[in-house]
Design a protein around this ligand. Structure first.
Ligand code: ADP
Length: 214
């Protein structure tokens, strides 16, 4: 559990432990002129959140972790694999028209494109709009004509931290990242199997969960 909203008394306890560690709850209570029973809930919160460490027969020790450190540690510990959702995929030969229909049916804003089962492109809503305005024949033109293609696709990997994936979304100003597994083909070239996606919605949902302390 992470409790970012520390009370004034909890802050005081942290200061006392920092200055006197290791220190028993009895001695912390004495310094605050309170009873041990009164302090018990505060000490429980501080140890559960990892800010203090309770060592039996020794006393309390400050772990050096601020609540912000703890949040950052928690976010870094979450892997892309834990959060990825199902990617919406069409094959390169699919028409732009059918791809737009897929986008509506699947309620997504980014479509991934594959060729022979490997990632070959990405198409966003604006890519569709741009080309619809341009007067392309949407029924006759395959999606491959308008997609952003490899090797220009920004990808993420299952073992990457969700924080690094979020940084990629921000830095490249994109809404969605394909989650991929790298494979080496018989001709020695690298190719990516598409195993999921991370989107801005993934990150927003995680943010809400952390905010609600779920
Ligand atoms: P939109 O433009 O619809 O708001 P994005 O911001 O995601 O959606 O896309 C902007 C541009 O970046 C589009 O041309 C799209 O093809 C491309 N794009 C989207 N996702 C990626 C990605 N993961 N890697 C590289 N390019 C991408």
């Amino acid at each position: 559990m992470i409790d970012i909203q520390l009370t004034e008394r909890q802050e005081k306890i942290i200061d006392i432990v920092k200055a006197n560690q290791p220190i028993t709850s009895e001695n912390i209570a004495k310094k605050l002129q309170l009873t041990r029973a009164t302090l018990r809930p505060d000490l429980a919160i501080l140890t559960m959140s990892g800010i203090l460490d309770a060592r039996p027969k020794v006393g309390y020790i400050y772990t050096g972790k601020s609540t912000f450190n703890l949040i950052s540690e928690k976010i870094r510990s979450i892997k892309v694999a834990d959060r990825k959702s199902v990617p919406i995929i069409v094959d390169e030969g699919t028409s732009i028209y059918d791809s737009i229909v897929t986008m509506f049916l699947e309620d997504t804003s980014t479509i991934f494109v594959t060729s022979k089962g490997y990632l070959s492109g990405v198409v966003s809503r604006k890519d569709f709009l741009k080309n619809a305005i341009g007067g392309l024949n949407l029924n006759r033109t395959p999606i491959a004509v308008i997609m952003t293609r490899m090797p220009n696709i920004i990808v993420t990997y299952p073992e990457e931290s969700i924080l690094d994936a979020a940084i990629k979304l921000i830095e490249h100003e994109i809404d969605s990242l394909p989650v991929v597994k790298e494979e080496i083909l018989s001709n020695g070239e690298k190719a990516y199997k598409l195993i999921g996606r991370i989107t801005k919605t993934t990150i927003t949902r995680l943010f809400v969960e952390l905010g609600n302390n779920e």
